[in-house]
Design a protein around this ligand. Structure first.
Ligand code: PLP
Length: 318
């Protein structure tokens, strides 16, 4: 798992093999895609990013929900008041180009924009020119194959998800992930696969990078958006569940509601649809991946892999 990764030398060999990276408008080898140590984002977390996946389909590799990810990327930029040197269409093309140039059949894709080294004043205004890159690498299941099959073990984090007037939690802003990293480190150290973060009132917010769902009495409950990220996978899963005939309710819920759930699962571009087997050492339902969750997971994988023509509109072929 990635927590074991330790660079051999300072600033040295990355364990990530990203091949060619789109760096401010040009494709360059990974070793050449470098920034200054005086980069504003490195000091203050002033970056924004996206996470997408491309999957192998019967018609070649396809990026899943490209438009929605690029749109959210630009929404995040707007929150941070970045001056983006490239428009949405250029970013769409950059994403496709990176997958193509590296010859990936499936991969994880990471667009990133950041405040460069033009100032180290905390306020980067009035000139806020962002730099942009898109990297992609081959990445299997985020939480491990075991977690996907048997379900992930979660513990409630001692770190709360920040309130809406503390950090912009609907935007994928770099600095927000200090909260996620603290929670995930703590969870791993405690032997769990992932952390469950609660909001400051104690209601379920989300995982460190995943939205949470649960089933009770055949009804699917999605955690409503108060302080969590508005996940594109969450939206996909709600759509698929409704199309499969499930009743879906968006609710504010507590951790003990999860303890009492028949099934629970997490979703995200990286985590896809991963069952939750245990929360705080209590089995959820039978303590195994539940049938409704597995059905939704199968439906999701079918759609992203281009095996369900009904949702072809979500695919952009590379
Ligand atoms: C990216 C992310 C998610 C999942 O969003 P998707 O659009 O489904 O990939 C959920 N929570 C957080 C905090 C995230 O950063």
């Amino acid at each position: 798992m990635s927590t074991e990764a330790r660079p051999k030398s300072i600033g040295g060999d990355s364990k990530i093999k990203a091949g060619l990276i789109w760096f401010n408008g040009r494709l360059v080898p990974q070793e050449e895609a470098k920034v200054s140590v005086l980069t504003h984002a490195l000091h203050y977390g002033t970056s924004i990013f996206e996470g997408l996946r491309a999957y192998e389909t019967p018609k070649g590799p396809a990026v899943f929900r490209l438009q929605e990810h690029t749109e959210r990327f630009f929404h995040s930029a707007r929150v941070m008041r970045f001056e983006m040197p490239f428009g949405p269409e250029a970013i769409n093309q950059a994403i496709l180009e990176v997958v193509r140039a590296n010859g990936y059949r499936s991969c994880y894709i990471r667009p990133l924009a950041w405040m460069g080294a033009h100032t180290l004043g905390v306020n980067p205004l009035p000139n806020n020119p962002a730099e942009v890159m898109v990297a992609a690498w081959e990445w299997g299941t985020y939480l491990g194959d075991e977690a996907v099959r048997k379900g992930a073990r979660l513990i409630t984090s001692s770190w709360a998800r920040f309130p809406a007037n503390v950090m912009p939690g609907k935007a994928k802003v770099g600095g927000n992930y200090v909260n996620s990293a603290l929670a995930r480190m703590e969870a791993h150290q405690a032997g769990a696969d992932e952390a469950l973060l609660l909001d400051k009132e104690g209601f379920i917010a989300e995982g460190s990078g995943e939205n949470i769902f649960f089933f009770r009495g055949g009804v699917l409950y999605a955690i409503e958006h108060s302080v969590n990220l508005m996940g594109i996978t969450r939206d996909t899963v709600i759509t698929l569940a409704r199309d499969l005939g499930y009743e879906v309710r968006e609710v504010r819920a507590t951790r003990d509601q999860l303890y009492m759930a028949d099934e629970a699962f997490m979703v995200g571009t990286a985590a896809e649809v991963t069952p939750i087997s245990y929360l705080d050492h209590r089995p959820i339902g039978t303590g195994e991946a539940g049938p409704h969750t597995l059905r939704l997971r199968a439906a999701y994988m079918e759609v992203v892999q281009g095996k369900n023509p009904r949702y072809e509109g979500w695919l952009t072929y590379v």
